[in-house]
Design a protein around this ligand. Structure first.
Ligand code: HEM
Length: 517
């Protein structure tokens, strides 16, 4: 499946735009790794030239680029390599021990990597980009009650309600080929709004036919409550990755720069509106949400939760808490749409547990659905929504027997780890059954160390359980209402925006359940 879609011949690339140099063709015989010096570690070997598969304007074609790096690493017998992308050097780690050393065991030697430019201004000092450990800890403590398992279990009816709204909009397109990713994005924005901010973005509703007129009015400068955050999001994400590098004068040469900065301005209006609504006691969905905890801390005078800090956390949670889960759901549905036997097995499992029960799917229900858990886990593995994360070495040290100098940028290559067949037999295939207890010993033998979709250590994902339960409940409720058939589209092409994405969309054909069962 994936192997067939993404297998590409590695050819020397001759791209001249943006200073991307040609890459030498691989020699016919393997080059031996440099000998180890008598003392200390070895220098990290460098892949020659810059990477191919960047495309015009820095679009990172992930599937192709990582395959190229993995092939080269294997060919040269290397555990890690230094690469250069658009003039920026980094060392890419893909071995689970090396990643765990950097993000967990010796995390104090590695600072969180910075975002730059207008993306840095957008996320500012929110939890994911905060680089001051003491301040980060103080903010996290305030938000933590909203991420406790009991709190998250109480969000299930919101996950289910959003799935029902999503099903209604999907069925407006019954029988048509539809890019499902933007709708998943809208659904997860609604979830983080209702559960995290006690606020209803109505993002799914606004994708429906009925709401189009209102949206146009809002774009002409209407009330902040009428802003279509789903549409803003769709405009902002494509240029975000390139803008996060902080290259000079992006307004002159990055297509979509104005969409991005305009989008941030719209989201700022929405954030101010959400805070005002909350202060006025006008809350929807969750009555005690993460926003509630932040505002209570401010009122109690804790000195950390200024209005600006709350704004930064709202922006961060909108990104970290929606884009990633949307990607996971979109790829899960896309794979299910092409695997009728997996879809049938999932539906049988869901119906076996919830039967004809009306109302929401609960945490207790999904705990009895191992195949559903396999679908979500496998989508997190094969399509790591956060395909990599970055750290900067703050002192000279060694990782995996290699010397790392202070200041080195380390890319923790979760995507490559998850696609490495040393750890994942049939790594390029999407196999939800891999996760069932009877198959795990042969198909997921290293899952306890080599499965890191949420990273590990003190800066790992605060929303891990939120995301897992959200994805499971939403998917279970959705497949009760809507079936999905395959779309006749070319193979997907994975690219890296801030999170993983597919260039050209992720298509499936929604069908009313009775017709598709
Ligand atoms: C499939 C869904 C998700 C995936 C794959 C994912 C992945 C990740 C990863 C890999 C990190 C760590 C980055 C690093 O080590 O530098 C992270 C951090 C974070 N995630 Fe998630 N995430 C998901 C869902 C969520 C959700 C639902 C929320 C909130 C509701 C959330 C909020 C955050 C925040 C705030 C951080 C920063 C944590 C910190 O630095 O202390 N994420 N996520």
């Amino acid at each position: 499946m994936l192997a067939q879609q993404q297998r590409v011949a590695v050819r020397p690339s001759r791209r001249s735009s943006l200073g991307v140099r040609a890459v030498a063709a691989p020699p016919a015989r393997p080059t031996p790794a440099p000998p180890a010096p008598p003392q200390g570690g070895r220098p990290v070997p460098r892949l020659p030239g810059q990477l191919p598969h960047l495309g015009l304007f820095g679009k990172v074609e992930l599937g192709k680029m990582f395959e190229y790096i993995s092939n080269e690493e294997r060919r040269l017998g290397l555990r890690m390599v230094e690469v250069e992308v658009m003039g920026l050097k980094s060392v890419r780690l893909r071995h689970p021990e090396d990643i765990a050393q950097v993000v967990m065991k010796q995390h104090e030697k590695f600072a969180k990597g910075e975002m730059k430019g207008c993306v840095s201004e957008w996320l500012a000092n929110g939890l994911a980009t905060n680089r001051d450990p003491a301040h980060h800890a103080a903010v996290k403590e305030v938000m933590m009650p909203g991420f406790k398992p009991d709190a998250i279990r109480s969000y299930c009816h919101m996950f289910s309600d959003v799935a029902d709204a999503l099903a209604r909009v999907l069925l407006e397109h019954e029988g048509q080929e539809l890019d499902i990713e933007p709708l998943m994005q809208r659904a997860t924005l609604d979830v983080i709004g209702l559960a995290g901010f006690s606020y209803d973005f109505r993002a799914v509703e606004m994708a429906g036919a009925e709401a189009r007129r209102r949206r146009e009015a809002a774009e002409a400068g209407g009330d902040a409550s009428e802003i279509d955050v789903g549409a803003v999001w769709a405009r902002m994400m494509p240029p975000a990755m390139l803008l996060s590098i902080g290259l000079p004068m992006p307004e002159k040469w990055v297509p979509g720069h104005a969409d991005f900065t305009g989008g941030v301005a719209e989201l700022d209006r929405v954030a101010a509106h959400m805070m005002a609504e909350h202060r006025a006691g006008r809350v929807t969905g969750n009555r005690r949400s993460i926003l509630t905890y932040m505002m209570e801390a401010q009122e109690a005078g804790n000195g950390v939760m200024t209005d600006k800090q709350i704004r930064d956390e709202l922006m961060t949670l909108m990104l970290a808490g929606s884009d990633t889960t949307a990607t996971t759901l979109a790829f899960a549905i896309w794979e299910l749409s092409r695997r009728p036997e997996a879809m049938a097995r999932l539906l049988a499992e869901v119906e076996g547990v919830v039967g004809d029960k009306e109302g929401p799917v609960t945490a207790e229900d999904v705990a009895r659905m191992p195949f559903l858990a396999g679908v979500v886990n496998e989508s997190l593995r094969a399509y790591s929504a956060a395909p990599n994360t970055r750290r900067i070495a703050t002192e000279d040290c060694q990782v995996g027997g290699y010397d790392i100098k202070a200041g080195t940028s380390l890319i923790l290559d979760i995507w490559a780890l998850h696609r490495n067949d040393e750890f994942w037999p049939r790594a390029d295939e999407w196999l939800p059954e891999r996760w069932l207890p009877e198959n795990a010993p042969s198909l997921a033998p290293h899952a306890s160390t080599a499965f890191m979709p949420f990273s590990v250590g003190p800066r790992s994902c605060i929303g891990r359980y939120f995301a897992l339960l959200e994805a499971q409940v939403l998917l279970a409720q959705l497949v009760r209402r809507v079936g999905f058939g395959p779309a006749a589209r070319p193979p997907i092409s994975l690219v890296q925006q801030l999170t993983l994405a597919s260039e050209g969309g992720i298509y499936a054909v929604p069908r009313a359940r009775a017709a598709s069962a």
